[in-house]
Design a protein around this ligand. Structure first.
Ligand code: HSE
Length: 352
């Protein structure tokens, strides 16, 4: 089965996806019976399209040498929007551009166009989910399309899959988690004596900080993830602004030392709970016992704990953020695409 992918955004995640396809395409054919073809890739400089499948190596080389995929063999400077989607003629639209929490554009327009073209959607960026959840899911349902977005919440941390599949039939009452790797890295570094600025630099070196790290340190990224998980598991319709939000700028070395003297560590915790029909959600720094499931995590580890009736507390954690921002997020996008392929039967070629 051929699955044709149209991708917007060719930063860490888009390039990670191209690298995975370059190295493992044949393996996916053997293992899953799925041939993944990049039929279109767009970045801020334009696009490259080939309905027969672009060469990942050529795209990566063009990006490295010229800063845009528009310089690739099948590149077209300035190609974007409807023209790009039409030329790429993919089965799946993958949005991997950087997140925008003001109007979620241009991703939100791309997503709507892709759904109108009867494409399924895999999202690595959070903007549209955190600002337009109900509209997006309604439109997808009306068009009979699948929207997967597991890369938006802690990337390889399988939080949404556990909630959606493994806990089917049980009732999730609440969840709490360390869902932002950057702030976790900063707090861990500061607790070990580094400055706040050194912590930010470490997160940037690992490749997990947002292009604008304000989105991390002021809690926007964590709040968006809380809204997304709450909407998915509670059937809520939270927007980013519905999540009470406090970032880590106010956390001092003295606070961290005080916590340490009590056997605790300060973590930026995102949580949501449902009582009757009301869902409340928040993000704030808080001291945790260093022995508890979240308190024991360090650096850019991430974790989520579900409170499940009648099973109790279920913790899912991942160490070192799954090793590397771009590739681990790309692997999660890939996981969504393969799951999509399993849920659908495509044939080749399709008119797109
Ligand atoms: N900036 C995010 C983090 C990565 O630090 O966890 C993308 O979600």
């Amino acid at each position: 089965m051929d699955v044709r992918l149209a991708v917007t955004g060719f930063g860490n995640v888009g390039q990670g996806l191209a690298t995975l396809l370059q190295q493992h395409s044949e393996e996916y054919v053997d293992r899953y019976g799925v041939r993944l073809l990049l039929t279109g890739v767009a970045d801020s400089g334009g696009g490259a399209v080939d309905p027969a499948g672009l060469e990942p190596a050529d795209l990566l080389q063009a990006k490295q040498a010229h800063g845009t995929v528009a310089a690739a063999a099948r590149g077209r400077p300035g190609l974007r929007g409807e023209d790009f989607l039409s030329a790429a003629s993919g089965h799946v639209f993958v949005e991997a551009a950087s997140t925008n929490f003001i109007d979620a554009e241009p991703g939100w327009s791309y997503i709507r166009s892709a759904l109108q073209r009867d494409m399924d959607v895999v999202l690595a960026s959070k903007g549209a989910l955190a600002l337009h959840w109900r509209d997006l899911m309604t439109m997808a349902a009306e068009r009979g399309r699948i929207v997967f977005y597991s890369a938006t919440v802690g990337a390889p941390l399988p939080s949404l899959q556990v909630a959606d599949r493994a806990l089917l039939g049980a009732e999730i009452l609440a969840f709490e988690g360390i869902l932002n790797g950057t702030t976790h890295q900063i707090l861990t570094a500061m607790a070990q004596g580094a400055t706040y600025e050194e912590g930010v630099r470490q997160a940037q070196e690992i490749g997990i900080a947002e292009t604008d790290p304000t989105l991390d340190v002021d809690g926007w990224d964590a709040a968006a993830k809380v809204a997304i998980v709450a909407n998915a598991v509670f059937g809520a319709n939270l927007r980013l602004d519905d999540v009470a939000r406090q970032g880590i700028r106010g956390v001092t070395a003295a606070d961290l030392e005080h916590a340490r003297s009590r056997g605790q560590r300060i973590k930026l915790i995102g949580r949501a709970q449902r009582r009757d029909r009301t869902v409340t959600a928040s993000v704030a720094p808080e001291p945790r016992d260093s022995s508890d499931a979240l308190g024991r995590l360090r650096g850019d580890d991430m974790g989520i704990v579900f409170l499940v009736e009648p099973l109790g507390r279920m913790a899912i954690t991942i160490e070192s953020g799954g090793h590397g921002g771009g590739i681990s997020t790309a692997m999660t996008v890939l996981r969504d695409v393969l799951n999509l392929a399993r849920d659908r039967a495509w044939s080749t070629p399709s008119p797109g």
